[in-house]
Ligand binder design. Structure first.
Ligand code: PFF
Length: 448
């Protein structure tokens, strides 16, 4: 069931592959979730714990996904069945389901960034940003943004790995890095920047329990690093050259962290300099879509340019992540013999439909789907991936890694983590934290 006569596509260069993987990781999660979660729960402790998780869990899981992908040269849906046997086939399809589910609401949020960018360019963002956000985020406007964003995503995926995904990453990622650095420097010049940094990296544990900080850190790590749903496995399946996959995973994870951390250095000084801190607690998205433009409005029309730069950056981040979400779905169908064009258009259109309820109804639905798919299912996917690699495919995965990763000690360390540390840690987090939190958000959604 491979692609038959046609050669499997490939990345054009190592840099192209790394930028595409960084593009998948750096997304709305970095801008929208990281600093907010930090300020709300644990500040500097959250950041420290997050880094520990990235090193001990994130990088080894990413290395495993890379190894399996490159080894299999197939979509996860087919690869897991071939390598692990029939019992592992559902995991591959769970990945496809996650790509489908996450993109359906991710694209709705990304659609808002298009609207914000256009309105900032036209100097048309009203002073009452809360009302504006209400109008943009639900109803027909949100549906239009969602459609537009999906159309661009589908267009890039249609073009294929080299001409579509890789080219998009090579163009957009450097621009994103420049924008984020420029904005962070600008933010540091604001009068109350120090207070903002203080709130972001506070040392106040308040009444937050250790378990909930752990929860947030693990959930954030999986979502932000695009782990647990085969996205990076898929990207590595288009890789044939034998580079050091442990090193690539470290580069991707650290760049992702760098961007998330820097985003906080932009958002918090703005919030504190314009005295709008009280608006931030309203919701996860409140900080970015309501407080930030409200603060920048006080600068007059120059503020609009900052808003524009910020939302364009967000748009690039979202787009390079969305294409990886769609690619997971598309590649599974391509490996079943479907043409890329048909697969991209078909899957894309189904996702457009699936996202409409998130665009039309209130934010509770979007938040609940994010909790179920973007948190619970990703961690479950990560746990199962670790079990599969650590307990069933270790010799093959290790041999694959050995092709570019010559240090035996590094490979031994990776094997110990993936086999003995990661499965129990993820299991405990799932049972004690994620499942109860998911249940709570389902109850909130249905008002019970
Ligand atoms: N990593 C992306 C973000 O931080 O926004 C979201 C994401 C993309 C999650 C791709 C999972 C994935 F497979």
């Amino acid at each position: 069931m491979t692609t038959g006569a046609t050669e499997r596509e490939q990345w054009g260069s190592r840099a192209g592959f790394i930028l595409a993987a960084v593009g998948s990781a750096v997304g709305l999660g970095n801008m929208w979730r990281f600093s907010y979660v930090s300020a709300q729960g644990g500040g500097i402790y959250f950041v420290a714990l997050y880094l520990i998780f990235v090193a001990m869990v994130g990088i080894p899981v990413m290395t495993s996904e890379f190894a399996i992908g490159r080894l299999a040269q197939q979509s996860p849906a087919q690869a897991l069945k071939r390598l692990g046997g029939d019992r592992w086939s559902p995991l591959g399809w769970l990945f496809v389901f996650c790509g489908f589910g996450i993109l359906s609401y991710y694209s709705v949020i990304a659609g808002w960034t298009i609207r914000y960018s256009v309105d900032a360019f036209r100097h048309a963002i009203p002073t009452d940003t809360a009302a504006y956000f209400g109008a943009v985020s639900t109803g027909s406007g949100a549906v239009v943004g969602h459609l537009l964003f999906m159309a661009i995503t589908i267009f890039i995926v249609l073009k294929g790995i080299h001409k579509g995904l890789e080219r998009a990453a090579i163009i957009m990622m450097p621009m994103l890095f420049l924008l984020i650095i420029a904005l962070a420097i600008w933010s540091s010049t604001l009068t109350n920047a120090g207070a903002g940094y203080g709130a972001y990296l506070n040392t106040d544990l308040g009444n937050i329990s250790f378990m909930s900080v752990v929860n947030n850190a693990v959930g954030q790590a999986f979502f932000s690093l695009s782990l647990g749903m085969g996205a990076l496995m898929t990207y590595a399946s288009y890789l044939r050259s034998k580079e050091n996959l442990g090193k690539e995973a470290t580069i991707v994870a650290m760049t992702d962290f760098g961007v998330a951390f820097t985003a906080g250095l932009i958002v918090f000084p703005i919030i504190y300099s314009f005295g709008i801190a009280d608006q931030v607690g309203m919701s996860m998205v409140g900080a970015l879509f309501i407080a930030l433009p409200a603060g920048l409005q006080l600068l007059g029309s120059s503020g609009d340019w900052i808003v524009l730069a910020f939302f364009i950056m967000l748009f690039f981040a979202a787009l390079t992540s969305a294409i990886s979400l769609l690619e997971v779905v598309v590649t599974a169908f391509i490996d079943h013999g479907m043409a890329r064009r048909t697969a991209a258009l078909g899957a894309g259109m189904l996702i457009v439909l699936a996202g409409i309820p998130s665009a039309v109804f209130n934010l509770n639905l979007l938040t609940a789907i994010d909790q179920i798919v973007g948190n619970f299912l990703l961690i479950l996917g990560g746990l199962l991936t670790a079990i599969l690699v650590g307990w069933k495919l270790l010799p093959q995965a290790d041999a694959e890694l050995a092709q570019g990763m010559s240090s035996k000690t590094a490979r031994k360390g990776w094997a110990l983590l993936i086999k003995y540390l990661i499965p129990p840690v993820l299991f405990v987090v799932l049972i004690l934290g994620v499942i109860p939190a998911t249940w709570t958000s389902i109850k909130t959604l249905f008002g019970i």
